[in-house]
Design a protein around this ligand. Structure first.
Ligand code: ZN
Length: 71
């Protein structure tokens, strides 16, 4: 358990260059552009969000159930 830092958020993207501003609010930070590496993943140095390219999404095992249900 960790009651001081929220767990990193994983954002799925379909481009190898993403922009992140932390989503505003308490976690907001200056807008930065992040390039996904050859692995198709990158982490924001400001807010620790993890960006995963959709082509690599199958390599990531989501630990939490999908909130919107299945189709
Ligand atoms: Zn960020």
């Amino acid at each position: 358990m960790n009651d001081t830092v929220p767990p990193p958020e994983v954002i799925y993207v379909d481009t190898h260059k993403v922009a992140c501003n932390g989503g505003g609010g308490a976690l907001g930070h200056p807008l930065v552009y992040i390039e996904l590496g050859a692995e198709g993943t990158a982490e924001c140095g400001y807010c620790d969000r993890k960006f995963v390219h959709k082509d690599h999404a199958h390599e990531y095992h989501d630990p939490s159930p999908r909130p919107e249900g299945e189709h």
